[in-house]
Design a protein around this ligand. Sequence first.
Ligand SMILES: CC(C)(COP(=O)(O)OP(=O)(O)OC[C@H]1O[C@@H](n2cnc3c(N)ncnc32)[C@H](O)[C@@H]1OP(=O)(O)O)[C@@H](O)C(=O)NCCC(=O)NCCS
Length: 177
Amino acid sequence: MTTQPPSAGARQLDTTNAGLVLKELTVADARTYYHILDRNRAHLSRYGDYQDEADATPAWATDHLSRPAPDRFGIWLDHHLIGRVDLVHAAPPRYGLGYWLSHDAVGRGYATTACSTLIDYARTQHGATDIYAGVTHGNHRSVALLQRLGFQPVADFDTYTRFHLGLDPKASPIHKS
Ligand SMILES: CC(C)(COP(=O)(O)OP(=O)(O)OC[C@H]1O[C@@H](n2cnc3c(N)ncnc32)[C@H](O)[C@@H]1OP(=O)(O)O)[C@@H](O)C(=O)NCCC(=O)NCCS
């Protein structure tokens, strides 16, 4: 795990897991971010996704995190960066979801908890009505994660399946953890 405290002053979302928080990823995290990518090149690009991350250099990480992104969060476990989750402002109130974990953090529910937290945030803070995610064929862990959260497949393309979750802005939190 990458042992750098998250940058001070960044927005933070608490989760139902006391040690797990989402904290906005900023350029102050570039060094930490590069190191987690460097240890996960094969893991992230296994299904052909995340090619830029798989080819990352320190300069790329700095440039990438210098570019504004409205809801780009690191997943931090006890102050260690273990992954990333994004709410993509595709066509509000419809949003996209992106997520990955470091290879040594899978299998413990951290991504499910992180995504559940970000979806609740999207619903309560942005009034999101629909969340979409695209999963490359063969990425069974990602499909299982979306199914745990209640997503349904809605369209099939050559290389990926589109999943959808409908939200009721007035409902109580989904709290999948
Ligand atoms: C997709 C990805 C994030 C899924 O990671 P994951 O570890 O399987 O998902 P979670 O962190 O939610 O963990 C789920 C596992 O923890 C278990 N678990 C334990 N406690 C849990 C809890 N409280 N809540 C949910 N699951 C829990 C689940 O049973 C499941 O176990 P399994 O692996 O034996 O099936 C990960 O495989 C990844 O980063 N892949 C590379 C990047 C990628 O493909 N991103 C998605 C692109 S669409």
